[in-house]
Design a protein around this ligand. Structure first.
Ligand code: GRG
Length: 323
């Protein structure tokens, strides 16, 4: 199995499904476009469509796939068909889309001048550079709350039972709260309001900022596919380890790569005096730590007893990627 081709297939399907979803939401009959300015909707679309690696939705879909395909005689239909043909479709599709919307909203807010102040994101002008700060703030706000509606109403249309949907919505809203708290801690550290930044503080901050949404992706995917609590807990723990490795690899890329390759401004961590794994450990030790975390993450995954080949490919990709 080729990592890039597996991930590309999921990315292509998620890209397509997100465009369909935005079309549906902006359709006059849905009552959404009547209330939002066209500029705001353009700004949302700008940051959601055809952009990013789609790691979080892929994680949710793969977790659900692993759970479902362990049930005898159950095969999921292709993702492309799954978006339109309900029934045998991957039950994590609505959640996967909702999660990616949250991620896109967090990137818009993260780039604002009052946060990390970045002009470049995903290889193009960041949202507030293309539009304006007020519009971007509102687009990010919309992408915080809209996903809950997407999860609940699309999930209902997919025939997912309401107990599972409400658990998933709770987990997604907890992840969003974590991200916000993690960002606040990041701001306290980078402005010097908090000065004792050690490894525990850094790990906590990244667990909240980056780990929470990745963990929610895997756990929600498993939950919607019918996994029991122990299995959901293993997926959560797997993805938290993956999330930490992901962040370490992000720190390394920031220090070693170029803005052209990354699609966002390289070298910002040093410029903004951020507390990072590279700063605390140096590049080689940070790399070794990321590798160790991926080994542990895979061990966690194998304890589920499911067939997790594709998830393991995703785990390897997280630390071998170049952007
Ligand atoms: C609006 C939910 C919300 C939160 C506001 C700004 C903020 C509070 C939180 C910041 C969260 C954040 C941006 C964490 C960094 C996560 C991270 C490493 C992002 C890069 O993820 P990739 O590499 O990006 O998956 P692509 O572009 O591929 O999707």
């Amino acid at each position: 199995m080729q990592t890039t081709s597996v991930l590309n297939d999921y990315k292509t399907s998620v890209d397509k499904a997100l465009t369909e979803l935005l079309n549906k939401l902006t359709d006059a009959r849905s009552g959404f476009s009547g209330r939002a300015s066209l500029r705001l909707l353009d700004s949302v679309r700008y940051s959601v469509e055809d952009a990013g690696k789609r790691i979080r939705p892929t994680l949710a879909l793969l977790a659900a796939e692993a759970v479902i395909e362990s049930k005898p005689g159950t095969n999921l239909i292709g993702l492309d068909q799954g978006i339109c043909e309900r029934g045998l479709a991957n039950p994590a599709i609505p959640a996967a889309l909702a999660i990616e919307l949250v991620h896109c909203g967090s990137l818009i807010h993260d780039d604002l001048p009052c946060m990390d102040d970045d002009d470049l994101r995903r290889g193009k002008a960041s949202n507030h550079k293309k539009f304006d700060e007020a519009t971007s703030l509102l687009a990010g706000d919309l992408l915080l709350i809209l996903p809950i509606r997407v999860l609940l109403s699309e999930g209902r249309d997919y025939g997912i039972d309401s107990w599972k949907l409400s658990r998933a919505a709770l987990k997604l809203s907890e992840a969003i709260s974590s991200m916000i708290c993690g960002q606040a801690l990041d701001m306290d550290l980078s402005t010097g309001r908090l000065s004792d930044g050690d490894i525990d503080t850094l790990t906590l901050m990244q667990r909240c900022k980056t780990g929470a949404l990745l963990a929610a992706s895997a756990e929600i995917g498993a939950l919607l596919a019918g996994a029991d609590e122990d299995c959901c807990r293993l997926f959560n723990s797997f993805a938290h380890k993956l999330g930490l490795a992901f962040q370490i690899s992000d720190d390394i890329l920031d220090a070693t790569s170029s803005s052209e390759v990354l699609g966002k401004t390289a070298g910002k961590d040093d410029q903004q005096n951020k507390l990072t794994f590279v700063k605390l450990y140096g590049i080689d030790s940070a790399q070794a730590l990321a590798k160790e975390l991926i080994i542990e993450a895979k061990q966690e995954l194998r304890q589920t007893g499911l067939s997790t080949d594709k998830l393991e490919l995703l785990a390897d990709y997280v630390i071998s990627r170049n952007y």
